[in-house]
Design a protein around this ligand. Structure first.
Ligand SMILES: [Zn+2]
Length: 414
């Protein structure tokens, strides 16, 4: 049975089928999604009168959200104009902050990265050091691409710990001393007044980056699994990130696996998959065996150098992660599992180990269409996910309508 289109993916179009609900924001969404590129096309898609469409399109043109381009398909005579979303009409600042590494970037409004910079940075230095440092890097990047702070439409930040998304702050993050309860948006408010700052867990932003870039047109349900120093999972359900009641959904690292023995986990429990199969766990086991390794990157370097012990451990880790994912597949029935993080790319056998166990241990129905893929964005998944998180927020139909209404109110009182 072919999978039919699901309702949410065409939410803009179905909203648009009821003329009274067709706000300028809804028309903008139709153009941005590629469903229409002319006033006539918008009138056809929505059932609105041409005059009403023209009036709303004029508002969007005036606000700089849409532009007219003289390159429509020619029918002879004057070249027709085409309506297009102006992805250069602003920029987004993106900060993917890891435990010891980070990547900062400037993107345009379709999440294309204009400039980026990977860096060493210790999150344990605390927010009073890390956030001002990030502001300086952002200023450098804006200068590099020739854009001004006034053009910043939003700021996206990924943090390596649990995050209360609505408030933009980390909550009891185990590896981030000094960050508990600190409001990240407040730190940016002075230099970027009124600019939305969206903060999320680093694995969630990676999941959204991968989904938006490679999968959103084809699938609705995806798991992104990061296996690096720790193990975490971002859940995309019906095309949107699923954070759970308290923002901790996808904390896969602390699921027990029968073959994990009684290894003590940093969460205080024993037998968690993270305690035996993460890059950190493998580094500790190699060190105990007299092989120098401090973190997941060292493990990867050993595998690439042909170290037999490291290769064997990575193969076993793939099967252990596969055991946990087999349960997740039965529970959630994703269309795709994307594997990212250092270990996912360290060794073909890690990937093969995950696949082998997932397909063997999950039910036949859950795996008949399941794809297991590697991350396509790798180290850039986080910054692209930060950009997408911001763009989907500030360019949503509701946000566009609110912005136009506020502008109209300002005009009226001027
Ligand atoms: Zn644990």
């Amino acid at each position: 049975m072919p999978a039919g289109p699901t309702p949410h993916r065409h939410a803009a179009a179905s909203r648009a089928s009821t003329p009274h609900a067709v706000t300028p924001g809804a028309l903008f969404q139709l153009v941005r999604d590629g469903h229409a590129d002319s006033r006539a096309g918008l009138a056809r898609a929505t059932g609105l009168a041409r005059s009403t469409v023209s009036q709303r399109v004029d508002e969007l043109l005036l606000a700089g959200l849409l532009v007219e381009r003289g390159d429509g398909p020619s029918t002879g005579g004057r070249p027709p104009t085409r309506l297009a979303f102006d992805s250069h009409g602003g920029v987004v600042l993106c900060a993917d902050l890891g435990a010891t590494h980070c990547r900062l970037a400037v993107s345009d409004l379709d999440a294309s990265i204009l400039a980026e910079r990977p860096d060493e940075m210790d999150i344990a230095n605390g927010p009073d050091v890390v956030l001002p440092w990030a502001q300086e890097r952002f200023a450098d990047l804006l200068h590099e691409v020739g854009r001004s702070p006034a053009e910043v439409r939003g700021i996206g930040v990924g943090l390596p710990g649990p995050v209360e998304f609505a408030a933009g702050r980390a909550v009891n993050p185990p590896i981030m001393p000094g960050w508990d309860g600190v409001s990240v948006p407040e730190a940016f408010a002075a230099r970027y007044p009124g600019v939305p700052v969206l903060v999320d867990n680093d694995v969630n932003v990676m999941a959204i980056g991968e989904y938006w870039t490679s999968w959103r047109h084809d699938v609705d349900d995806l798991l992104f699994v990061k296996v690096a120093t720790g193990i975490g999972c971002g859940i995309v359900s019906r095309g949107a990130l699923h954070r759970g009641a308290d923002g901790t959904a996808g904390d896969l690292g602390h699921v027990q696996v029968p073959d994990a023995g009684d290894a003590l986990c940093r969460c205080g429990n024993r037998g968690c998959v993270e305690a035996v199969a993460s890059g950190g766990a493998l580094a500790r086991r190699l060190t105990a065996a007299g092989i120098d390794a401090h973190d997941s990157r060292d493990v990867v370097a050993l595998v690439r150098a042909g170290n037999v012990e490291a290769s064997t451990l990575v193969r076993q880790a793939g099967r252990l992660v596969g055991e946990v994912l087999a349960g997740a597949v039965n529970f959630f029935n994703p269309a795709v599992i994307v594997l990212g993080g250092d270990l996912a790319h360290a060794h073909e056998q890690f990937f093969a180990g995950v696949r082998e166990i997932v397909y063997r241990r999950s039910t036949a129905l859950a795996t008949q269409h399941l794809q297991v893929a590697r991350s396509r964005l790798d180290d850039r998944a986080g910054v692209i996910g930060c950009a997408v998180t911001v763009i989907e927020d500030v360019l949503s139909p509701a946000a566009i309508d609110a912005g136009l209404a506020a502008h109209a109110a300002q005009e009226a009182t001027a």
